[in-house]
Design a protein around this ligand. Structure first.
Ligand SMILES: NC(=O)c1ccc[n+]([C@@H]2O[C@H](COP(=O)([O-])OP(=O)(O)OC[C@H]3O[C@@H](n4cnc5c(N)ncnc54)[C@H](OP(=O)(O)O)[C@@H]3O)[C@@H](O)[C@H]2O)c1
Length: 319
């Protein structure tokens, strides 16, 4: 298979397992990782195990717009097309204090939403040249919190120092960021249709986390995640979902789909579901919250992303 695949956060967990699988298929794999030193070992292991020499390592910090810009420049110097772009990297440091990216945006949202949003726009022209190009976003079953009709994305808390009355929580930011990614999936699927670029998302229920990932959590969160980890499948299971969604003929014309780990397209929940449906929503993975399709919330998100990107471009052009 002669496809070029970019996987962010390909040095660990699901991203690493996916890099192995795409390399086994003979794809040209670009591991887009923030720490080249640490990721080099993984790259070498993949090359040796799969005997595929076309496994590349490129540095990118998905929380930093200037780093993404650099990545885009270097990518276009080295490759002239892109077939598969997987937004797998995520900031998941549960329990950590409030942190900002270099552009003064809350770090979880910057890494998990604005970084991918910006990278998509920059790589759009090379994706256009790809063969049945597709963007895949890694979402999470944490978006189930949005079945609560009171839940929403707090755009007012995403810029600058934390001024909200409630304490900061990475868990809540992570939940909002993964919902934003679903909304963006639906929006960009429509927007990029004219370029033949498909955009889908996978709702991940759980995958065993590495000790390195668990060590990013504070003690309380680490203990809880360790207990959960026992019941989670290995990351290879989700990596296979990535590969299947991006390469099998069954999905070649699918866009704007949020899929569960059985690769079924999930459907929007009713605004006022019956009690039976509410139970199904919480226990199964057939439904996604109505919020993801709410046109007002979508507009707020797109306006927010575009305004951040516009002010970043203006800041850069005045340097
Ligand atoms: N595991 C689960 O149970 C689960 C459940 C739902 C959703 N997911 C989603 O699945 C995806 C993969 O998660 P995982 O479980 O495989 O976790 P993981 O092993 O911790 O992988 C996360 C990856 O993201 C990278 N990353 C974090 N911040 C970055 C940044 N600023 N720039 C570039 N890369 C960055 C990490 O790199 P470093 O090594 O440098 O930190 C790491 O490679 C994530 O999107 C996660 O939200 C996972």
């Amino acid at each position: 298979m002669s496809k070029v695949v970019v996987i962010t956060g390909a040095n660990s967990g699901i991203g690493r397992a996916a890099a192995f699988k795409f390399a086994e298929l003979g794809c040209e794999v670009v591991m887009a990782c923030r720490d080249k030193e640490r990721s080099k070992q993984v790259q070498e292991e993949i090359i040796q195990t799969t005997n595929n020499r076309h496994v590349h390592l490129m540095q990118v910090d998905m929380s930093s717009f200037s780093s993404i810009k650099e990545f885009n420049k270097e990518y276009k110097e080295r490759f002239n097309k892109l077939d598969i772009l997987i937004h797998n990297a995520a900031y998941i440091n549960h329990g950590s204090p409030h942190r900002l990216n270099p552009d003064i945006i809350e770090l979880t949202f910057a890494t998990n939403v604005l970084g991918p949003f910006y990278m998509n726009e920059l790589l759009r022209d090379v994706l256009k040249r790809g063969e049945k190009p597709v963007i895949l976003n890694a979402s999470s079953n944490i978006v189930k919190h949005f079945f609560d009709p009171k839940k929403h994305i707090h755009f007012e808390h995403l810029k600058g120092e934390w001024r909200a009355s409630e304490p900061f929580s990475v868990y809540k930011q992570y939940c909002e960021s993964k919902m934003a990614l679903v909304i963006l999936t639906f929006y960009l699927a429509e927007k990029y249709k004219e370029d033949g670029i498909r955009v889908n998302a996978l709702q991940i229920n759980g995958a065993r986390m590495s000790p390195q990932t668990l060590n990013k959590f504070t003690l309380k969160w680490r203990l809880a995640a360790r207990a959960q980890n026992v019941f989670f499948p290995p990351p290879e299971k989700m990596a296979k979902c990535y590969v299947d969604i991006c390469t099998t003929p069954r999905f070649m014309d699918v866009t704007g789909s949020l899929m569960n780990d059985k690769l079924e397209t999930m459907v929007r929940a009713d605004v006022e579901p019956s009690v039976l449906k509410q139970v199904k929503q919480l226990t199964g993975s057939q439904f996604y919250p109505y919020y993801a399709d709410n046109p007002e919330e979508r507009k707020k998100l797109i306006d927010f992303c575009e305004s951040i990107m516009t002010s970043y471009q203006q800041d850069v052009s005045t340097l």
